[in-house]
Design a protein around this ligand. Structure first.
Ligand SMILES: [Zn+2]
Length: 224
């Protein structure tokens, strides 16, 4: 197995550190500013077995291609493409029916996923906000690498559109979490009690799911 090493020089690191990013599949070597690059590379080379074992744990990249599968709501959905159909994807049971030229198919599917994610997340945000008796001023989606949702002091909530790829119960727990931040801008006991009341169940399994399976959601629709 071969891999590219991304060298990151850190002003605060005290020791060399290797990690494999399960979201991007990158091997990152962090070194203190004064460290010798030659020594660092030799050190990393000595950890080749460890790197390869970690790389084997990275979920394969899922390209969105005709006849392929897309993990929508945590379940595989067939990408059912035929050029004569309308370009805009349409959900039919466990199939995503889509037409138009094959070129640009992935881009159309990604744009549809983002829009669909926004619709679903906005509806669930409204549902939990009504239950919590709060207002949410603005709802948006983006594609951040490090967070699934964020709630601003001005009352807006932004989500990762990739939550639509996760099972419904994981997505709903994330929405309940962000809406609860409209009441408590912290992670104290009152906050956790409110999340559980809004959701009607313990949100912890959803957090654990995102920790273990979340990185694989970043493997969808990226270059193989
Ligand atoms: Zn939080």
């Amino acid at each position: 197995m071969s891999f590219d090493l991304k060298l990151s020089v850190s002003p605060t690191a005290r020791a060399m550190r290797l990690r494999v990013d399960r979201r991007t599949g990158e091997v990152v070597l962090t070194i203190p500013r004064r460290a010798s690059r030659r020594k660092a590379l030799a050190w990393a080379d000595g950890h080749r077995d460890w790197i390869e074992a970690r790389l084997a744990e990275v979920a394969p990249a899922i390209a969105l291609v005709a006849g392929g599968n897309l993990p929508l709501y945590g379940r595989p959905h067939l990408i059912d493409w035929s050029p004569a159909r309308p370009r805009t994807p349409r959900l039919e049971g466990e199939r995503l029916v889509v037409g138009g030229p094959e070129e640009g198919l992935e881009g159309r599917l990604l744009r549809w996923l983002r829009r669909h994610a926004l619709d679903v997340l906005a509806a669930e945000t409204a549902e939990f906000a009504a239950k919590a008796g709060v207002a949410v001023s603005k709802i948006g989606v983006g594609d951040p690498l490090s967070r699934w949702g964020s709630c601003s002091a001005s009352g807006g909530i932004r989500y990762s559109w990739r939550l639509i790829l996760a099972p419904d119960w994981v997505r709903r727990a994330t929405v309940a979490h962000e809406v609860a931040h409209r009441v408590h801008m912290n992670h104290g006991p009152d906050f956790h009690r409110l999340v559980e009341r809004l959701l009607g169940t313990d949100p912890k399994p959803a957090r654990l799911w995102l920790r273990s399976q979340g990185p694989s959601l970043h493997r969808v629709g990226r270059p193989v």
